[in-house]
Write a protein that binds this ligand. Structure first.
Ligand code: GLN
Length: 456
């Protein structure tokens, strides 16, 4: 970035250099659904997940039903990127409507992990994460409902922030589950991540759930952790299915935090971990079933013609949606139906309150909670795609704090089987500055902010 500031490289040259890299490598990785050939800003290039509306540029959310949909406006986050001079490189691949943990649910084929192209980059924002780690974008935006920024960042070895609910505008973002969706940055290191968060965050008139940040975003400086109280939730670190190599890397990072001066102690989140996933798979599909009702062949994208209106809608939805959105529309519609509303949706909302309270209690004693982001390193393509439950378990550790509306930062913390392991840092609402400080200190001490040899 210094190169552009000092005028040694122009924004146009940078845009073109990234396009050349994409040209060379993206045939294999499939990070981008489409690229923008012309430089369109005076600064650093950026990639945007394809759930973010871009004026004049097709936006599909990884779905056939939105094929050919060209928004007539920019999402607020896209507009803020443009206002900051960022040049949009292209739109990145995602599981259809951001539903998934591997990008294998994309209607446009999966993306691949640059660390090992036989493996998934995580999801749903696998396109953005893989692009950043392969050097096909210096940074990117993703969206996170239950882990779609944090988990792919973990699997690709990037820094990714899921911001506090309400700190970044969702205006112009293709909705999945509105009470959970948040847009956030994916970058190579914590400082870049903080810089990009500063560009997109804050109150937006067009999204009434947003607020002004209580303090400006600060780029992290400190390299020690003196006085920081770090809580290790027992259930998250002993959860079934955590690979030994992942557990070891996380334990080493916690030890390092202690050496840097942090006070480390154990805490409990029993109900959040036990019920988080089940609760999420009622709330998220319920909201999705309502949000996806708008795709009717009239308002957006694709249409399958028929003689009668109802038949046209039916055929369009049948042909346009893939299996995962259909599964969730059915689940959600069922959970919201008159006889079952209280037993399922109503009950899930109560559990959600319990999860929020459990986190609040932990933050009375600790500044930051840490765990693995993903229980495993990047898995092989096809390994979980036939089994939705196995796929859902990928987000066991990322979902609870999302349900509580809390920010979470993924910071790479080492390798297992030669693949990146991610550390999840969770803080109270609007504690992003603190997460950046802790993440930055750990990243410096671990030396993971340098591009590894094999990815150069
Ligand atoms: N993998 C989770 C799901 O499929 C989370 C996705 C997301 O955060 N968008 O719903």
């Amino acid at each position: 970035m210094g190169l552009v500031e000092r005028g040694e490289v122009t924004a146009a040259e940078l845009h073109e250099a990234y396009l050349a890299a994409i040209e060379a490598r993206d045939g294999e990785l499939n990070c981008y659904l489409r690229t923008l050939e012309e430089p369109n800003g005076s600064g650093i290039p950026i990639a945007l997940k394809d759930v973010i509306s871009t004026r004049g540029v097709e936006t599909t959310a990884g779905s056939r039903i939105l094929a050919g949909y060209v928004p007539v406006f920019d999402a607020t986050v896209a507009e803020r990127c443009r206002a900051a001079g960022l040049s949009v490189l292209g739109k990145t691949n995602t599981d259809e409507f951001a539903m998934g943990s591997s990008t294998e649910n994309s209607a446009y084929g999966p993306s691949r992990n640059p660390w090992d192209p036989e493996r998934v980059p995580g999801g749903s924002g696998g396109g953005s994460a893989a692009a950043v780690s392969a050097g096909l974008a210096p940074w990117a935006l993703g969206s996170d409902t239950g882990g779609s920024i944090k988990q792919p960042s973990a699997l690709c070895g990037n820094v990714g922030l899921r911001p506090t609910y309400g700190s970044v505008s969702r205006y112009g973002v293709v909705a999945f589950a509105s009470s959970l969706d948040q847009i956030g940055p994916v970058a190579r290191n914590v400082r870049d991540c903080a810089l990009l968060y500063g560009i997109i965050a804050g109150r937006d008139e067009c999204d009434s759930t947003t607020v002004e940040l209580p303090e400006p975003v600060r780029l992290p400086e400190r390299e020690d952790l003196k006085g920081v109280r770090i809580g290790v939730p027992r259930e998250m670190n002993e959860a079934e299915g955590i690979e030994p190599g992942v557990a070891e890397a996380v334990a080493r990072a916690i030890e390092l935090a202690r050496e840097l001066g942090a006070e480390v102690g154990e805490c409990e989140l029993p109900r959040s971990v036990e019920y988080g996933l089940a609760c999420y798979y009622l709330v998220a599909p319920a909201e999705a079933s309502s949000n996806l009702a708008r795709y009717d062949g009239v308002r957006y994208g694709a249409r399958v013609a028929a003689d009668r209106f109802s038949e046209m809608v039916e055929r369009t939805r049948d042909a346009g949606f893939g299996d995962e959105p259909k599964r969730r529309i059915m689940l959600g519609t069922y959970a919201l139906s008159a006889g079952y509303y209280d037993a399922f949706y109503g009950q899930a909302q109560k559990v959600r309150t319990v999860i929020a309270r459990e986190h609040a209690a932990a933050f009375e004693r600790f500044d930051v909670l840490v765990s693995a982001t993903s229980p495993t390193v990047a898995f092989r393509l096809g390994e979980r795609s036939a089994n939705p439950l196995a796929m859902y378990l990928s987000d066991l550790l990322t979902i609870p704090s999302c349900m509580a509306g809390l920010p979470g930062l993924n910071v790479p913390c080492g390798l297992s089987e030669g693949l990146p392991v991610g550390l999840q840092l969770i803080g109270p609402q609007f504690s992003e500055n603190r997460l950046f400080e802790v993440g930055h200190a750990l990243e410096r001490a671990l030396g993971f902010d340098v591009v590894p040899e094999r990815l150069r």
